[in-house]
Each structure stands twice: as C-alpha cells, then as structure tokens.
Design a protein around this ligand. Structure first.
Ligand SMILES: Cc1ncc(C[n+]2csc(CCOP(=O)(O)OP(=O)(O)O)c2C)c(N)n1
Ligand SMILES: [Mg+2]
Length: 371
C-alpha cells in the first residue's frame, strides 16, 4: 500500500516496529529520548497559560518525537542542524542545552539567544544549531553550510529539518537543484504532518509525492512511517553514512502528526480542518507507545525502569523551569548593541525607538522616512 496520510489513517494499529538490528541500550536510549522530549513539551504547554510568562509563540511537537529522538543518536557535535519554526525537537536532537531553551522562551538573559529570539528563531551556535521562522529559509542556509563542508573537504554533514509545508516554497526546489547538482553532504528531513497551519497538503500540491519529485534533481529520497522510531533511526543512519562517504544529498520524508494546534496550547479544532478519526489513528500510533510495546515484549523495559526514567526527566524539567524563572531579563539598554551591522544606521535608530518602548511602524516611518 502506498504510504500517504490518506492510506495511513485507515490502516489500524502499526505492528511492524522491529528492534532486530538495534542494541538493547540503543533501543532504550531512543525510548528515553522520546519520553524526555514529550514530557518537556507537555510541561511547557501546561505552563503557557494562564501564567503568560512565555511571551513568544511556540509550535509544540507532541506526537512528532520519533525523528528527533533518532537524530539525537546520529548527529555529531560538529555537524550543523538547521530547523524550522517547530524547533524544539531539532534543538533537542542536536543536544543543545535544554535549560537554555527554557530560559530563551521565558525571555531571559541566560537563554540560548539572551531571551531575544524565542522559540521559533532559537539558535545555539556552540551546538551548531539554528532555526528560523521563514518557511524554507533555513533550508537555503543549510545548503550553504553543506557547500562549505564539501569545499573544505570536511567530513561534517548539514541536516535541514522542516515540514511538508516548506516544500510549497520555491527556495526548497532551488535547494534540491543545487545540492543534487553539487552532490552536497546534506540530509533534508521532512516531518510530513499533513498540514501547513490548517491546509491539507493536497489542497496545496497536486500530489503528495515529494520523494518522487526530488529524485530527478539527484536527491536520493526515502519515505517512511515516521512514528516508528526504530525505522527512523535505521533510515537516517544509512542516509547519514552515505553522506559521510561523499554520496549526497539525501532526503527522508517521515509521515507523522502533531497532536496540538499549529501554534500554542490552545485547541484549533474549531477551524474544522481535521477529523476525530484521524487524531484517533495517530494517538493510537503514538511513537512512544509503539516503541514501548516492543521494549516490553522483549523484556527490556519494566514498570520500575520506566518510573525511574520518569522521575529523572521530571527532575530535569523542574530544574530547567527554576533556572529560567530565576534568571534575569535582558536589559533594555542592550538593544543597541544587538545591531551587528555597523553600516545600517537606520536599524540603530529603529532599535533606539524599540528600546524606549516607543516602536510603532507607522510612526517610525512618518519620523524616519520609508525603510
Ligand atoms: C515564507 C513564509 N510564508 C508563510 C509563513 C507562515 N507559516 C508559518 S508556519 C506555516 C506552515 C508550516 O507548515 P509545515 O512546513 O508543514 O510545518 P508544520 O507547522 O506542519 O510543522 C506557515 C505557512 C512563514 N513562516 N514563512
Ligand atoms: Mg506540516
């Protein structure tokens, strides 16, 4: 049966997850990583309202833990990972410090970007992790990084993670063209969760056959059921191995699903863009449950072991909240120092108005002229 969102939501409980080629330690490690990401996102989601202390939009990734968990065991420190707006799973996959993610979304000075970027534009340059809210924008930047690695004959790879919505953009297809032609060491990871905001992929594209469409550009492409963490690990591992041997580029399309609204913790069901059967299929095929079933069958996970993981994760999350909430806010005076470009006085003047709390687009334009 052809893998697509239409066929998947009619296909019942998934039984093909296999641990045959994974060690017990790796299988448990993948499980722990998914659980850690899920609990982190659940905790942030629960704290968002009514506290209103996270003053930035957050695109939660609950339900989409398998790909980040698999990637977390495969990327090396000196690889570069570029993410889109739904950034937490990729930040986590790159091993960037979670307490700096918490502090960032609480707007604190100790955050990954001093509290100024928030969730969807967070980066952590020491971890070689970058995200960005411009759909497909970071894809082009990842291609540039991969070109640099090839040029320097470095064994590093670039990983570019995004949703199927990014493939609506021209920049994505330019990335296919250039990386295929130049045989760049880049892995494109698409988490296809069917929707871009509220729009079904088939309302935006003539067919849901991204893997077929990228192959003529010279991009090796595989599509998988993205809630099978063992399969995700196996597929991404082979792709990354081929990239390191200079045989790039690669694209992996993982079919998965977000359980929450497009953005924020509010329910966006009132928009009637998806039905209850579809959600029921994806909750029944939760990536954590699918792996847990096999681990328990294989005698690798007991109630006691799971409880131990849960309490370690809960302690880590509590410490991250404490760190974030006890950290200072950035000082308004720092706004001016944030302009990296000495030759753009207009930006300095605009930042000056923002620092005084007076920024207003129309007023600024009236005072400063068009910019
Ligand atoms: C260039 C550009 N156009 C539009 C948007 C608004 N926008 C933000 S998220 C989004 C949908 C993204 O869908 P997808 O890429 O599938 O990722 P998902 O949110 O499903 O994880 C859109 C259209 C944007 N951020 N950038
Ligand atoms: Mg999507």
């Amino acid at each position: 049966m052809e893998l697509s969102h239409r066929t998947l939501s009619r296909s019942g409980h998934y039984r093909d997850l296999s641990l045959s080629d994974l060690s017990p330690a790796l299988s448990l490690g993948l499980f722990r990583q998914m659980l850690r990401l899920r609990r982190t996102e659940e905790a942030l989601l629960a704290e968002y309202h009514p506290a209103e202390e996270m003053r930035c939009p957050i695109h939660f990734c609950i339900g989409q833990e398998a790909v980040p968990a698999a990637l977390s065991t495969l990327v090396r420190t000196d690889d570069f990972l570029f993410s889109h707006h739904r950034s937490h799973g990729y930040y986590f996959a790159k091993g960037a410090p979670l307490r700096e993610l918490f502090a960032e979304i609480y707007g604190r000075e100790t955050g990954a970007n001093g509290g100024r970027a928030g969730s969807q534009d967070i980066s952590h340059s020491d971890s070689h992790f970058y995200s960005g809210a411009i759909l497909s924008g970071a894809v082009s930047i990842a291609v540039g990084a991969a070109f640099g690695f090839k040029f320097k004959k470095s064994p590093q790879v670039a990983i570019s993670g995004f949703g199927e919505g990014a493939t609506d953009e021209g920049a994505f297809w330019e990335a296919m063209n250039y990386s295929g032609k130049q045989k760049l060491p880049i892995l494109f990871v698409i988490e296809n969760n069917r929707y871009a905001t509220f729009s079904d992929q088939l309302k935006r594209q003539a067919d849901d056959n991204i893997t077929e469409r990228v192959r003529p550009f010279g991009v090796r492409a595989t599509k998988i059921f993205g809630n099978d963490c063992a399969l995700a690990h196996r597929t991404l591992r082979s792709a990354i191995e081929r990239l390191r041997s200079g045989d790039g580029p690669e694209l992996v399309e993982a079919y998965t699903y977000r359980w929450n609204s497009h953005v924020g913790p509010e329910d966006d069901g009132a928009n009637n863009y998806r039905g209850p059967e579809e959600m029921a299929f994806w909750k029944d095929n939760c990536p954590i449950v699918l792996l847990e079933e096999r681990l328990r069958e294989a005698g690798l996970l007991s109630d006691a072991e799971k409880a131990r993981m849960e309490s370690e994760i809960a302690a880590e999350i509590a410490a991250n909240f404490k760190f974030a909430k006890e950290s200072p806010f950035p000082k308004a005076a720092d706004w001016r120092a944030m302009n990296y470009e000495d030759r753009s006085p207009m930006a300095d003047r605009l930042l000056g108005t923002a620092a005084r709390g007076a920024f207003d687009h129309d007023q600024a334009e009236a005072k400063l002229g068009p910019y």
